[in-house]
Write a protein that binds this ligand. Structure first.
Ligand SMILES: Cc1cc2nc3c(=O)[nH]c(=O)nc-3n(C[C@H](O)[C@H](O)[C@H](O)COP(=O)(O)O)c2cc1C
Length: 359
C-alpha cells in the first residue's frame, strides 16, 4: 500500500513531520493592501491545512524592496511578526508545522505592487522580458538597479534579520526560494548576472550570493531548519542560464556542503532536466518532490526512493483536509480558478468544504 509510505513520519533536519504530505508554497495575494500583513483569514486558511506534515507558506518578502507581486505578505518588521505569530500559533494548535518561504523577487515585480520609495534591485541592469499583474493590469517589468557591493551586504543581512523574525513569529523553519527566477536565481543564472566582481562570471562566483544568504539564515535559525526550493531549467520570469544542469548541480553541492535540511524540487519534464535525479546525485538530505502528483504516484515515488516527501499545491487550495481525503481515497473538491488570487474575504480561500461538511 503506497499510501502508507506517504503517511509515514519523516525527520527533516530538526523537524519531525507526522507524514510526508507537504503543503506547497502558494502566493494567494490576500495580504493587507497597506502594510503587507497577514490577517485572520490566513490564520484560518493555514490552520485548516495543518494536517500536512509541513506547511510551506506563500512567498514572503524579507524586505520591502524584495516585494514583487500585488498583496503578498512580508516578514520585514514587528507588525509582520505579530501577524504571522497568530498564524503559526493556530497551525501549532491544530498539530501542524509551518515554514516561511522567503521570496525576494529582485528584478521580478513592478513599482505599482511595491511601497513608495522602495527599490527594484538585481545583480545587473537587465529587465526580465515578461509582464506582471498589477492593480492596473498586466505591465512590463522595469529595468532593475544593479546592486552595489554594499547593496549585496545589506540584502544578505536583510535575509538574516527576516529569518530571526521568522523564529520570533514561531515558524518552524525557512525555505529559501531559489526557483522561478527570483533574486537568488538571478544571481545564479548567466542570463541575468553579467557582473564582473566576485558575485558574477564563474559559476563559483554566481553561487556566492546564495552561499552568503544560506550562511546568514544559518546564523539566525540554524541550518537544520532551512530548505531550498529549486526548479532547474525553468524559464519562468525570463530565468535563462547557459547550463542549468551544471549550475543547479553546483547549488545542490553547496546545499550538501552546508547541511541544508531539505531540497524542494519542482519536476519539470519540459526542461529536459530530471530535477529529482539531479538532486539525488548531488545531495543526500531530504528531497521533497513537487508538481502534479496524485497520492498514489507520491506514495510510489517515496516507496521507490525517488523522493522522501511530496508537496501538493492546487489540491490543497481546494481540499483543506487533504490528508483525510487521501486516506479515504477522495472525493476531491475542484479548485475555483476565479478565486485563486486576490480578494478580502473567505470566498475561495478558507471556505472550501471539509469532508465532514459533505452531505
Ligand atoms: C496559485 C499558485 C501560487 C504559487 N505560488 C508559489 C510561491 O509563492 N512560491 C513557490 O515556490 N511556488 C509557488 N507556486 C508553485 C507551487 O508551489 C507548486 O510547485 C505548483 O503548484 C505545482 O504543484 P501542484 O501540481 O501540486 O499544484 C504556486 C502555484 C500556484 C498554483
Amino acid at each position: 500500500m503506497t499510501i502508507e509510505q506517504l503517511l509515514s513520519p519523516l525527520q527533516v533536519g530538526e523537524l519531525r513531520l507526522k507524514n510526508r504530505v507537504v503543503m506547497a508554497p502558494m502566493t494567494r495575494s490576500r495580504a493587507s493592501q497597506n502594510d503587507d500583513c497577514v490577517s485572520d483569514i490566513h490564520e484560518l486558511y493555514y490552520a485548516q491545512r495543518a494536517n500536512a506534515g509541513l506547511i510551506i507558506t506563500e512567498g514572503t518578502h524579507p524586505t520591502f524592496d524584495g516585494k514583487g507581486y500585488n498583496r503578498t505578505p512580508g516578514i520585514c518588521n514587528n507588525a509582520h511578526v505579530a501577524a504571522w505569530s497568530r498564524v503559526t500559533d493556530a497551525v501549532h494548535e491544530a498539530g501542524g508545522l509551518i515554514a516561511c518561504q522567503l521570496m525576494h523577487c529582485g528584478r521580478v515585480g513592478h513599482p505599482d505592487n511595491k511601497a513608495k520609495g522602495t527599490r527594484t534591485l538585481a545583480p545587473s541592469a537587465i529587465a526580465a522580458r515578461a509582464e506582471i499583474f498589477t492593480a492596473g493590469g498586466m505591465k512590463a517589468m522595469p529595468t532593475p538597479e544593479p546592486m552595489t557591493a554594499s547593496d549585496i551586504e545589506a540584502v544578505v543581512s536583510d535575509y538574516g534579520r527576516a529569518a530571526e523574525r521568522c523564529l520570533q513569529a514561531g515558524f518552524d523553519g525557512v525555505e529559501l526560494h531559489c526557483a522561478s527566477g527570483y533574486l537568488p536565481g538571478q544571481f545564479l543564472a548567466s542570463g541575468s548576472n553579467h557582473r564582473s566582481d566576485e558575485y558574477g562570471g564563474s559559476l563559483h562566483n554566481r553561487l556566492r550570493f546564495i552561499e552568503r544568504v544560506i550562511e546568514a539564515l544559518d546564523s539566525a535559525i540554524g541550518v537544520a531548519r532551512i530548505g531550498l526550493r529549486i526548479s532547474p531549467g525553468n524559464p519562468y520570469n525570463d530565468h535563462v542560464d547557459a547550463n542549468p544542469e551544471k549550475t543547479y548541480g553546483a547549488l545542490l553541492d553547496l546545499a550538501e556542503l552546508k547541511g541544508v535540511a531539505w531540497i524542494h524540487a519542482i519536476r519539470m519534464p519540459s526542461t529536459g532536466i530530471d530535477s529529482l535525479a539531479l538532486s539525488r546525485a548531488h545531495y543526500s538530505g531530504v528531497l521533497i518532490g513537487s508538481d502534479s502528483y496524485t497520492a498514489d504516484e507520491a506514495g510510489a515515488s517515496i516507496a521507490e526512493g525517488a523522493v522522501d516527501a511530496v508537496s501538493f499545491g492546487r489540491l490543497y487550495i481546494a481540499n483543506p483536509d487533504l490528508v483525510r481525503r487521501f486516506q479515504q481515497g477522495g472525493p476531491f473538491n475542484d479548485m475555483d480558478k476565479r478565486t485563486i488570487y486576490g480578494g478580502e474575504g473567505a470566498a475561495g480561500y478558507c471556505d472550501y468544504p471539509m469532508l465532514s461538511d459533505d452531505a
